[in-house]
Write a protein that binds this ligand. Sequence first.
Ligand SMILES: O=P(O)(O)OC[C@H]1O[C@H](OP(=O)(O)OP(=O)(O)O)[C@H](O)[C@@H]1O
Ligand SMILES: O=c1cc[nH]c(=O)[nH]1
Ligand SMILES: [Mg+2]
Length: 210
Amino acid sequence: MTVQLVEHPLIAHKMSLLRHSDISTREFRQLSNEISSLLTYQACQDLPLETFEYQGWNGPMTGQRISGKKLTVVPILRAGIGMLDGVLELIPSAKISVVGIYRNEETLEPVSYFEKLVPDLAMRTAFIIDPMLATAGSLIATIDLLKQAGCTSIKALVLVAAPEGIKKVSQAYPDVTVLTAAIDSHLNEQGYIIPGLGDAGDKIFGTKHL
Ligand SMILES: O=P(O)(O)OC[C@H]1O[C@H](OP(=O)(O)OP(=O)(O)O)[C@H](O)[C@@H]1O
Ligand SMILES: O=c1cc[nH]c(=O)[nH]1
Ligand SMILES: [Mg+2]
């Protein structure tokens, strides 16, 4: 696995706002989507182009368009939904494959509860989206699922990654690329990323119990 820390002043600025303790649900959603757009821009950097002819206002033109595999965006429920609008802002026609996984809070093992993939995954590049890469259990379960369905081209876009999770994915999948807006210090005893964001799903959905 290749890990790409996406460094840009806009990302650094927005990540610091996202980490504020008193952030509102609205602000958290907005910033998550804005950072996701910036990650998407970077994730598309190596998409192949082909030339084609078209009619411009002043006559025939030679232009460029994205060629090769089409995309599918794969949000991991719930928290991945908080990045989806930001990705679709740049790739509005992308098909969406939804995967439902949550972490068992005691064992930290991933529990799968939903799966609705687009049918032609062998023909597509998958952009998995989830704000948090912690132990990597959820991401690995999603990659396994996509590979079993025939997908051979996979990138994951995350807001924060823990070194422990990065190590685990790189050992398991040399062919997957992870793009992240931040690589944080470590996981605590409860498997939360430090400093991280806290519980991203609760913050996006407003289900935080005070
Ligand atoms: O790398 P891992 O150790 O697997 O942890 C990361 C997962 O945990 C969070 O989901 P959570 O289980 O809180 O579900 P939610 O999105 O429904 O809140 C997060 O959104 C990831 O999916
Ligand atoms: O830090 C973490 C780890 C897993 N899930 C979260 O929402 N946050
Ligand atoms: Mg959660």
